[in-house]
Design a protein. Structure first.
Length: 331
């Protein structure tokens, strides 16, 4: 689908009359105007994070290349001219569907007054318009997020017909001071240093491993995959790739920053599954973390993963610290 417009553009205030808005004096809805609205977004974000913690709050000021058109797809909420919330919209292609994710936030004192429901219903109407402009043969679904700390969001989604499709879990590992015990590498496999000319093969192997997944794998181009991993300043020192001759059998790709190591990709190709390869790769990655002086690592996975990834990561020292159900509703 075609991406949105330049967020630095601006427009005059465009107020909308929404049929299902609650009767609150001074309540108004308008579209995003451009960079002039960035201070209001930051103020809303600050109030929300003061209560909810450092949660993910994307918006037109954080996304330099949005898939949506912020001037048409980002809705603001005001009370007596003061911005109290906003929405954000993203969509992507997964293995078997087109997912449209509705995101929206209100400052705490204006929650549970019917405003969130109004925002969600407006987003669904807008999403239908977008989908009609970009026909696809894949099923289209609405998406919503609500983790364990957001009971109000969860209640709203359930009451609007959403159901839990799967649950993402966030796990962390505090690396021990003693040396990591390396799980044995299956016979016939070897770990080789990562070379730049291997990157296309590593990307292809990763996509192949996740191509069968029904758990929210977003199809990425090679260029996007590289950029997400840090290109052009790509650091492969925490990458562990197992080879069987000229074929990749499995991989663990990690990055690091001042907070520790982060592992976006762990994959074992079908012919080499159920042989302990995942544990062998993970323990070697954690050993490299120790060698680099890294004391904490984190990873996200799907609780319902048929490969029992949660159990794998727990077996090498990770613990679940957050559960994040992902809600879906068919068009």
């Amino acid at each position: 689908m075609q991406k949105g417009t330049n967020i630095l553009m601006s427009q005059t205030k465009s107020y909308l009359t929404l049929p299902d808005a609650p009767a609150i004096p001074g309540l108004a809805f308008r579209l995003f105007q451009g960079a002039v609205d960035f201070p209001a977004i930051k103020a809303v974000r600050k109030q929300i994070q003061a209560v909810d913690g450092d949660i993910w709050l994307p918006g037109p000021d954080t996304d330099s290349d949005p898939v949506c058109n912020p001037l048409q797809d980002c809705l603001f909420v005001e009370v007596d001219g003061q911005v109290i919330g906003y929405t954000w919209l993203v969509w992507w292609t997964e293995n078997f569907l087109e997912l449209f994710l509705s995101l929206g936030w209100l400052v705490p004192e204006w929650r549970r007054k019917g405003i969130g429901r109004t925002l969600l219903r407006w987003q669904e109407r807008r999403i239908r318009q977008i989908a009609e402009m970009h026909p696809t043969t894949k099923p289209c679904v609405f998406g919503g997020n609500a983790d364990e700390t957001q009971p109000g969001n969860r209640a709203l989604l359930l009451s609007e017909g959403y159901t839990v499709a799967f649950t993402m879990v966030w796990m962390t590992c505090q690396l021990p001071t003693e040396p990591i015990h390396l799980a044995p590498l299956p016979d016939g496999l070897e770990i080789r240093p990562v070379e730049r000319d291997q990157l296309p093969a590593i990307y292809a192997a990763n996509e192949e491993a996740f191509s069968e997944s029904d758990g929210g794998h977003e199809i990425e181009s090679y260029e996007t995959w590289l950029r997400d991993l840090g290109w052009p300043n790509l650091d492969t020192s925490l990458w562990v790739v197992a080879w069987d001759g000229d074929q990749i059998a499995g991989l663990v790709l990690s990055t690091s920053d001042e907070e520790g190591a982060h592992t976006p990709w762990v994959a074992t190709l079908r012919p080499w599954r159920r042989r302990g390869l995942g544990k062998a790769l993970m323990t070697r990655m954690l050993q490299r973390c120790q060698e680099h002086g890294i004391t904490q690592a984190d990873i996200g996975t799907r609780a319902e993963n048929p490969g029992k990834s949660v159990h794998l990561y727990e077996s090498v020292g990770y613990q679940v610290v957050q559960r994040m159900p992902r809600y879906r509703k068919p068009f």
